[in-house]
Design a protein around this ligand. Structure first.
Ligand code: MRU
Length: 349
């Protein structure tokens, strides 16, 4: 048993600006972009410079800091009213991950009580850093809770990237995998490449291989055959939004995996902080699903792979019903066989 590594952090606040590791360029190049304007932060979220529900929330929190700085410099004592427009733009940057709204609401509740005649910047920076640090702490806690559910020498499959890159650091699904590898509970990881954006190939495979965790990449369509022919105990994924009844929106293809898992007696673990739970929605059918441009499907790295002009569906997420999930791991506790009733044990924790 050894301590899991925790070195990758995609979001840094330094020298009064926000620095984001450009995830579109990984794994071939490590390029950092820096931001001083809230609208540019919103565009960075839309354009996938940063992605993954908790990372989007943390980035938005720092976006609120930048909006407040601009509002104070331009409007002085009327700064609060000047926040509405940039925050609305930020809130629209991606529709499915509820962490975005959660972070903006938390930052708003802090600045609403501040005096009009003082710059809000320092207090908001403190709050955004707190959101960031709490996320990392939650991931470590979930790592331990999740690892405890996994038998020694298990093989697991993950989808998309729910790693350090998708969070403040350490990761949700990959946090459990990191911890479980350190504990000797996970000895082999399979990563779906995750078409169309290839988060699995470009990000998950990179993160895990950097740390020497055995990871094997596969095409998404290979999942059923893997389950039918190989040792596989768990599917471990993150979430973009979980509703009060335990339904889970996550990267497109997660629902398909959960159905396959049921057929092959493979268990399904969803790992997400409580900031990903939307208690205002009763079921997954109410979750807004982001539709992304067709070009993400019809091209790879800017090269056409389909006939010009062919229509393509590109929903970024799907909804896995709670009945297909064995356990939801949060920092507030573990929910076995999620349902409206069992989910209530973590409400308010
Ligand atoms: O489109 P993305 O890359 O933002 O989608 C990310 C996912 O679906 C992740 O699994 C989810 O946000 C959890 S990240 C800890």
């Amino acid at each position: 048993m050894h301590k899991p590594l925790d070195s990758i952090q995609p979001i840094i606040w330094r020298e009064d600006r926000l620095h984001l590791l450009d995830q579109r360029r990984l794994p071939n190049e490590q390029v950092w972009l820096d931001y001083q304007q809230a609208n540019e932060v919103a565009d960075a979220i839309t354009n996938m410079v940063v992605r993954g529900a908790p990372a989007i929330g943390i980035t938005a929190a720092f976006g609120v800091v930048l909006a407040a700085r601009e509002a104070w410099l331009q409007q002085g004592e009327a700064w609060k009213q000047a926040m509405d427009k940039p925050l609305a733009y930020l809130a629209e940057s991606r529709p499915t991950a509820v962490n975005l709204r959660w972070a903006i609401e938390r930052m708003t509740s802090v600045y609403q009580d501040l005096p009009d005649n003082e710059s809000p910047e320092e207090i908001l920076i403190e709050q955004a850093k707190m959101i960031h640090n709490e996320d990392i702490a939650a991931n470590h806690k979930m790592g331990k809770l999740g690892s405890a559910l996994i038998d020694a020498d298990s093989h697991v499959l993950t989808h998309c990237n729910a790693g350090a890159l998708a969070t403040g650091g350490f990761g949700t699904a990959l946090g459990v995998i990191r911890q479980a590898y350190a504990d000797g509970n996970v000895t082999q990881v399979y990563a779906d490449e995750t078409r169309p954006w290839l988060q699995g190939a470009r990000l998950t495979a990179w993160e895990l291989s950097q740390e020497g965790i055995p990871v094997t990449l596969q095409a998404d369509g290979a999942a059923a055959a893997l389950m039918a022919t190989s040792k596989l105990e768990w599917i471990i994924v993150g979430a973009d939004r979980i509703t009060a009844n335990g339904d889970v929106a996550n990267k497109i293809g997660t629902y398909m995996l959960a159905i396959l898992a049921k057929y092959h007696n493979v268990k399904v673990m969803v790992v997400a902080p409580t900031s990903t739970i939307d208690w205002t929605l009763n079921s997954g059918s109410e979750i807004p699903i982001e539709q992304r441009p067709a070009e993400e499907v019809t091209t790879i790295n800017g090269v056409n792979i389909a006939p010009q002009g062919i229509p393509a569906l590109n929903p970024a997420f799907d909804v896995t019903p709670a009945s297909l999930i064995d356990v939801i791991v949060t920092e507030a506790g573990v929910v076995l066989s999620p349902s409206l009733e069992s989910m209530s044990i973590i409400k308010g924790n």
